[in-house]
Design a protein around this ligand. Structure first.
Ligand SMILES: Nc1ncnc2c1ncn2[C@@H]1O[C@H](COP(=O)(O)OP(=O)(O)OP(=O)(O)O)[C@@H](O)[C@H]1O
Ligand SMILES: [Mg+2]
Length: 270
């Protein structure tokens, strides 16, 4: 049986407001699934709920890696089960260097901490991170791009089974973007990494080739398609998935068609 991250009927609220309204997704080992969708649709909430960030109330569903339930586990236990999250806004960790943190993480997972320095140096080259940065406190006073390279470095050293990348491309210049996305793509074959890549832009997906693209809108996966869907979405936007109806409205007679109860936000003069 091939390994998989399986999300079923996942619902969650924050501050008493339901944000995730039934997410079903299955990512196999070595696969790349892109998740796109409008601002505020619940993409980062999904990422945080998967990793067990406090403050989110999971109200239903399940998240498993090879049948092992992750919901209810502490974040570090989810990490040990093979899940990794690259944050949209990486946190600063004063007083702790990347090598210190990764040595502890590798040792806690039963690996050899003596391997870390060498692996970290190799990963730094692969994402173009200045080695001097690795001796500084994690992310403190670092540029947006340096922080995103740091997230990718950790992924390379820790070699998780599944990685959720929340806008790993935001803040990266074009060269960094190419290095980061090709590093992640290589991981899918090097160690069979399964990827859930949240992004607003198809440019991430030029090197990181998605098998599937999903649209997340108002807390639900409202559409799923092939890799070409990313460029199509960039062209069309999310109007076809908009409105305040409970069910997604797509295709002819859908969005923008008042007779079909389409997008109430559509420009009436268009
Ligand atoms: N702690 C919180 N308290 C109240 N509302 C919250 C909280 N965290 C998130 N939300 C709300 O949940 C909704 C989904 O937010 P989320 O960050 O998941 O969106 P997103 O899809 O990642 O958007 P973006 O593309 O802008 O990153 C937003 O309306 C947000 O304001
Ligand atoms: Mg987000």
């Amino acid at each position: 049986m091939s390994s998989s991250l399986c999300i079923q009927g996942l619902t969650a609220s924050v501050g008493g407001k339901e944000i995730l309204r039934g997410i079903d997704l299955e990512v196999g080992a070595g696969q790349v699934h892109a998740v796109m969708g409008p601002n505020g649709s619940g993409k980062s909430t999904l990422a945080h709920v998967l990793m067990g960030r406090p403050g989110y109330e999971v109200t239903g569903g399940s998240v498993t890696i090879d049948g092992v339930e992750l919901l209810g586990l502490a974040t570090w236990e989810r990490a040990q089960a093979g899940l990794f999250l690259a944050l949209q806004y990486p946190v600063e960790v004063p007083g702790v260097s990347m090598a210190d943190a990764l040595e502890e993480a590798v040792a806690a997972a039963g690996g050899d901490r003596r391997d870390v320095v060498e692996r970290l140096a190799a990963e730094a080259v692969r994402v173009g991170q200045d080695p001097a940065i690795l001796r500084r406190a994690i992310n403190v006073d670092m540029s947006g791009g340096e922080k995103k390279r740091n997230e990718t470095l950790q992924l390379g050293v820790l070699r998780p089974r599944f990685a959720v990348l929340d806008e790993i491309d935001s803040g990266l210049d074009v060269d960094a973007l190419r290095m980061v996305s090709s590093r992640v793509e290589a991981a899918t074959t090097e160690f069979g990494l399964g990827v859930l890549a949240i992004t607003h832009y198809s440019r991430l997906l030029n090197e990181l080739h998605p098998d599937v693209v999903h649209v997340l809108a108002r807390g639900r996966i409202v559409d799923t398609g092939g890799p070409d869907m990313a460029t199509e979405l960039e062209r069309t936007g999310y109007a076809a998935y908009g409105g305040d109806t409970e069910e997604p409205v797509t295709g002819a007679g859908g969005a923008g068609d008042p007779a079909a109860g389409g997008d109430p936000f559509a420009d009436p003069l268009a």
